[in-house]
Design a protein around this ligand. Structure first.
Ligand SMILES: [Zn+2]
Length: 332
């Protein structure tokens, strides 16, 4: 293989049906091609970078001549200490990529006939790898900003006399968060989570390159943008678009995120909100490239991403901390 795998036609057309027809050996070769794409698919040592590597075919293990380290095709990646067969991991990526509005762990566990816990951690590892691709990134040019509040819902009491004013701070759960988006018109989308739009102002500043033109709605906390960027406002009580000023693309992202919340994950607030949002912005930005290329990008991102401090051994740690009582994952 002399061509970079990700540029090959095999990478552009990879799909679930092909993966499911692969033998474990073929899946293993595909994994190698993706992981070591920059080295023509040839493994090198994960410890010292040594290029002379022995392969123990039967066990699908490699050993470095220089430092004697043994490693597998997933060592040092986000799939380290995996329990799934390589082919199932490839299938999981394909299924995950195919769900245009996202894919729930419950559904994935049924698709792959694996434990719910395995699917839950696996989908979060994929989201982590996808989000990492945007770390430190900035948007520029014409940028729309907006926020979407989610979570912390307080159910109104049945009888009117029992109802409380849910707008008052003391009657709120403190769990409400806002997803902030900075979206280039016809370009890249960046998201993050804050407690309020006003608190998100600085984070938006960090993600928008100087010299950009920012489009925002009439909310007063966005006034802070005028000193830093050319800023155009649209008052939504008067119009959704006026003289080129609008935040329609930011809002179309949120409507997609909202639909994913309602239709797929049911509840995306709480500790994983940022991860779901990042996954959706990845989807949004890559929606026009082929499924096969999306597939290869996610697989590549996962295999280039180091072991996850957060998700490796998640259930073992969780159980030690009495984790069976955790319910934050039940809705995914
Ligand atoms: Zn080595």
């Amino acid at each position: 293989m002399s061509q970079h795998f990700l540029l090959s036609s095999a990478a552009k057309t990879l799909n679930l049906r092909q993966v499911l027809r692969m033998s474990e050996d073929q899946a293993f070769e595909t994994f190698k091609a993706i992981r070591w794409a920059d080295n023509e698919g040839k493994p090198f040592c994960a410890e010292c970078g040594g290029a002379t590597v022995y392969e123990f075919k039967a066990r699908r293990i490699f050993k470095c001549k220089a430092c004697q380290a043994q490693f597998s095709v997933t060592s040092g990646t986000i799939f380290a200490s995996r329990k799934m067969a390589v082919r199932d991991l490839l299938a999981a990526i394909a299924i995950f990529v195919n769900g245009a509005k996202g894919h729930s762990a419950l559904q994935l566990s049924r698709d792959l006939d694996c434990q719910y816990k395995t699917a839950f951690v696996l989908t979060h590892k994929l989201r982590e790898a996808m989000a990492a691709a945007d770390k430190g990134a900035k948007v520029s040019g014409e940028v729309e900003i907006d926020g979407m509040y989610t979570g912390g819902y307080v159910k109104p009491a049945n009888y009117r006399k029992d109802r409380i004013d849910r707008r008052l701070a003391e009657n709120q759960t403190g769990k409400r968060r806002v997803v902030l988006v900075a979206r280039e018109r016809n370009g890249k989308t960046l998201t993050f989570v804050a407690k309020s739009e006003a608190e998100g102002v600085r984070g938006l500043h960090d993600r928008i390159a100087l010299g950009s033109t920012v489009y925002a709605d009439e909310a007063s906390h966005w006034d802070a943008f005028h000193a830093r960027y050319e800023t155009k406002r649209i008052n939504h009580s008067e119009a959704y678009s006026h003289d080129g000023a609008c935040t329609n693309q930011a809002e179309s992202f949120f409507s997609r995120l909202r639909r994913a919340e309602l239709g797929i994950h049911h509840k995306i607030a709480g500790p994983y909100l940022a991860a779901y949002a990042a996954k959706m912005d990845w989807r949004e930005d890559n929606r026009r490239i082929s499924n096969g290329e999306q597939y290869s990008m996610v697989a590549r991102a996962a295999l280039m991403h180091p072991v996850s401090a957060k998700w490796k051994g998640y259930w073992q740690r969780s159980e030690k901390n009495g984790g069976a009582a955790r319910t934050d994952w039940l809705n995914d």
